[in-house]
Design a protein around this ligand. Sequence first.
Ligand SMILES: [Zn+2]
Length: 323
Amino acid sequence: MARMDADEIRRIYLQFMVERGHVVIPRAPLIPHNDPTTLFTGSGMQPLLPYLLGQDHPDGHRLTDSQTCLRVQDIDEVGDNRHTTFFEMLGNWSLGDYFKTEQLAQFWEFLTERVGLDPNRIYVSCFSGDPANGIGKDTESAAIWTELFATAGISADQVDLGTEERGGEVGSQGARIAFYSKKNWWCRGGKAENMPVGEPGGPDSEVFYLYPAIEHDPAYGRHCHQNCDCGRFIELGNSVFMEYKKAETGFEPLPRRNVDYGGGLARIAAASIDSPTCTGSTCCGPSSTSCRNCPASPTRPTPLLCGSSPTTCAVRPSLRSTG
Ligand SMILES: [Zn+2]
């Protein structure tokens, strides 16, 4: 497997998207201008919201960038192997241009052929549907994933889990494609019922990387599954198929169907060096060696300020022990 650092992954991602007709747009400032709804830029799509709602973007229908983000809503989860408050998100958007087939195929190709991740360790999730709002199960994405896995000689079983609680009860049983309801519906409010009228949203499909050396922790449920919080599966990116707008009753189609993809640079960089901790990725410092001063476990690394390498410690000498 190729071992790439985060700078290299950012560079090849943007180049890969340019090859597919995308324009690299400048990243937005971390503190957004003219947006009274939020203190910080929390995702790559945030500055693009007017365009996702239908406004024409001056750079066209295919955009890409690498956006620095700050999220404090996950702060209670910082200290596990994958959550940070500050991170960099790789993004690409189709504004009424390509849709599910092209997006899932290009994400798969990027991970398996450009970054060189092992396809046998890739698992995905898709939307199981929202009957109350008349939105069906996303069998289209599942069919696309089935074909992509088949190109690597992998048969992709499916399992309907619905909720994370049910996922913990029955597990994904090795299925490559797991269906969830709320976990695979994307909107800024988190839940369809919380969306104000006019708010965009849609089903999404997440990609996870399996770290087989990490044992499932029964504290998170009897069995493991894609969205289990034990750290065995780590989400690398999410493709949102933004095609609906909340109406007075239910949903109506947006004027055009969009793709809104966001992927964690630190997580992809960690996968590239087969490290289950994104704080040990090259975003936070080289991590190919261990540091005797910084004991870290695979699931509970010494978080944030200190990675797992002497180089990182040298950056912050005050964190080193004197022994
Ligand atoms: Zn688990």
